[in-house]
Every structure is written in structure tokens, then in C-alpha cells.
Design a protein around this ligand. Structure first.
Ligand code: AMP
Length: 189
């Protein structure tokens, strides 16, 4: 199973990704997490991207695409994966298409988690990650609206998109996702 999780900051992508990872036994790839680790370890890449992440700005496409290319080429990704937080721009989405063609894989489904901004902000503020302060949050939402939200149409056109109501308990949202995956015959118990 090859899944992209899409949605505004605070929609619950990371949380749902972990449940899907357990159910399907496939790696969860979060570009945000990869970046935070690189920053923590003070690597060359970490230093390059630190400013963007701390300000709530998107890291330039070429850097992100290279990171994902490397990760998806690792052996544990051969049977499937969950991408969380990538793609975030149309250029990234196109690069993903090219990359998958190149390595002979295809995307099964894009799960869009719908959560009203008010609820998302509430969740983010209670999480308290370094880039969750209110001014940085505002910028992350702006980046989302300007650069990422058009991916909804991008994937609708490709018939890959399912919309999931992201409001409710973690288990409720997970069940909604599983129900849709069953409908699409992507999953049988
Ligand atoms: P996340 O953990 O997905 O909320 O990402 C945290 C931060 O990492 C974002 O605010 C961006 O600065 C950066 N980031 C993560 N994924 C991407 C991406 N696909 N494109 C650009 N920047 C990204």
C-alpha cells in the first residue's frame, strides 16, 4: 500500500500515519521528522534547512525531493509506505510522479484529512513543538493555503483523492480511513 497523507497543519497526519503504519506494517516517512532530526544532529542538511523550519516556511523543493528520493529507494520501502507531509507543492507532487515511474511504483491513494482551522490551531498549541508558536503557526497555515492546498485538485484530477472528516477521536478518524480503503478494495481484513 502506498499512501500520501494530505491536510493542513494540525489535521492529525502524523497520528493517523502511525496507526496506518502499524496496521499495514509499512514505513512512515515524515519529511518534517527527517528535517527535525537533521537539525537536532547539526548535520550539513540540518544547518541548511534550520531557518526555514524554525520560521514555518517550506524548505526549497530541490532539497525536499532529494531527501524523499533517497528514502524511497531504501529496501524497506519496496512493499509500501506512508508519506506524511510530502508532497507540499505541485512541483513536489510532479517530482514524486516522476520518481515513482522511475522506480516502477505507483501511488494507491491520497488521504485528505479535513479539519477546520480553529480546531487545528487548538491541537497544535496543545502539542507545543518548537515550530508551534502562534506566529510560526500562522506562517505555516499561509504556506499551506498558498502552496499545498492546490494539491487537492491535483490529486482529484488523478482520481486518487479520498476526503476524510478529521474531527473526532483518533480511533474514529482511523476507522473512517479504513472504511474508505475497504470501499476502494485497497484493503481486506
Ligand atoms: P511537519 O512536521 O510536516 O509539520 O513539517 C515541519 C516543517 O518541516 C514544515 O513547516 C516545513 O518547514 C518543513 N517541511 C516538512 N515537509 C516539507 C515539504 N514536503 N516541503 C517543504 N518543507 C517541508
Amino acid at each position: 500500500m502506498r499512501i500520501v497523507l494530505l491536510g493542513p497543519p494540525g489535521a492529525g497526519k502524523g497520528t493517523q500515519a502511525l496507526l496506518l503504519k502499524e496496521r499495514f506494517n509499512i514505513p512512515h516517512i515524515s519529511t518534517g521528522e527527517i528535517f527535525r532530526e537533521e537539525i537536532e544532529k547539526n548535520t550539513k542538511l540540518g544547518l541548511k534547512i534550520k531557518e526555514y523550519v524554525s520560521k514555518g516556511l517550506l524548505v526549497p523543493d530541490n532539497i525536499v525531493i532529494e531527501v524523499v528520493r533517497k528514502r524511497l529507494s531504501q529496501p524497506d520501502c519496496s512493499k509500501g509506505w506512508i508519506l506524511d507531509g510530502f508532497p507540499r507543492t505541485v512541483a513536489q507532487a510532479r517530482a514524486l510522479e516522476d520518481l515513482l515511474k522511475e522506480i516502477g511504483q505507483h501511488l494507491d491513494v491520497v488521504i485528505y484529512l479535513e479539519v477546520p482551522e480553529e480546531e487545528a490551531v487548538k491541537r497544535l498549541l496543545s502539542r507545543g513543538r518548537g515550530d508551534d508558536r502562534i506566529c510560526t503557526l500562522k506562517r505555516r497555515f499561509k504556506e499551506y493555503l498558498e502552496k499545498t492546498s492546490s494539491l487537492v485538485d491535483f490529486y482529484k484530477k488523478r482520481n486518487l483523492l479520498i476526503m476524510i472528516n478529521g474531527v473526532g477521536s483518533i480511533e474514529e478518524v482511523h476507522s473512517r480511513i479504513i472504511k474508505e480503503l475497504r470501499k476502494l478494495k485497497l484493503y481486506e481484513e
